[in-house]
Design a protein around this ligand. Structure first.
Ligand code: PDD
Length: 278
């Protein structure tokens, strides 16, 4: 069952608990993580907490409790939920203070957690691919920070949905940066390409795991930028995230780009092996 925590206590997920003057609510002044749970076990928890610490430092936010306590609390929330195939969402904001752009004098970060059933991509799309569109990347320059400010991502995703697609690939100056909530890969002549882990993209944990899987499979990896045209020239395109794992792309902007995805499937299987091993 859905289980939630806000600022010191477990709460009913449907109860209103966020005060009007909460900085996450008013300014998007906070950061978040999404962790996937398989068979009751969180996957890559340490990687998510490492990234959370980096995002926190980047926006000068102190964590509300030591990392070990946070980890224990996430596990307690998971246990209370009884979730086997679940997602843990956590966010930390600069807390509850009268509205003023500058930081409050006192450090009182607020933590929310919600554990809910995992959203799983339908089998049909896992096998036959998903449709995506391309759209302009209108975000700020610090996309490596997992910030709550997701308005450009929300707008891009909605544009995709309205065109019958699942994801929007973001294009900045002709370069494919990433998806609105995913990282983007392409396979060409047996080599795997993905955008380098610069400040311009989120350093996806699944991205990292796929790069490891490629090493295991002796597939060369090139972390270099590529253009929109390269998407159409590729043998395979796929996108990755905590919730999607690795999903093949069959159509871009209404054009069919592929119908069989041997490389993607191989890497996805290796990722799933990593998941089962941990
Ligand atoms: N999204 N790029 C962006 C912009 C993202 O928001 C995400 C994750 C990713 C993939 O990162 P990871 O492999 O660590 O999940 C890439 C999460 C799942 C979300 O916002 O729901």
């Amino acid at each position: 069952k859905m289980t939630a925590w806000y600022n010191g206590s477990f709460i009913d997920p449907d109860t209103a608990v966020i005060p009007i003057q909460e900085r996450g609510h008013q300014f998007g002044d906070g950061i978040y993580e999404v962790i996937r749970v398989y068979s009751g076990m969180p996957f890559a928890m340490e990687d998510h907490l490492d990234r959370l610490e980096k995002s926190a430092a980047a926006v000068r936010l102190t964590l509300p409790m030591p990392r070990e306590e946070l980890e224990a609390l996430l596990l307690e929330a998971l246990e209370r939920s009884g979730g086997e195939e679940a997602e843990i969402y956590l966010q930390i904001t600069r807390g509850i203070h009268p509205r003023n752009h500058a930081f409050p004098k006192e450090d009182r970060p607020a933590l929310s957690i919600i554990v809910s059933p995992a959203r799983v991509l339908p089998e049909e799309e896992q096998e036959n691919g998903i449709r995506v569109i391309t759209t302009e990347d209108k975000r700020w320059t610090q996309c490596w920070i997992k910030s709550l400010n997701l308005l450009p991502n929300v707008l891009a995703k909605q544009e995709a949905v309205e065109q019958g697609a699942r994801e929007a690939l973001l294009i900045r100056d002709g370069i494919v940066t990433e998806g609105s909530s995913t990282n983007v890969f392409l396979l060409r002549s047996g080599t795997l390409y993905t955008h380098p882990a610069t400040e311009g993209i989120l350093h996806g944990i699944t991205r990292d795991r796929i790069i490891r899987a490629a090493a295991e499979a002796d597939i060369p990896v090139v972390e270099e930028t590529f253009t929109t045209d390269a998407l159409f020239d590729a043998e395979e395109v796929f996108i990755t995230s905590t919730t999607l794992e690795a999903a093949p792309v069959c159509e871009i902007n209404g054009r069919t780009t592929g119908s069989s995805f041997p490389g993607t499937m191989k890497l996805r299987n290796l990722l799933q092996q990593q998941i089962r091993k941990e």
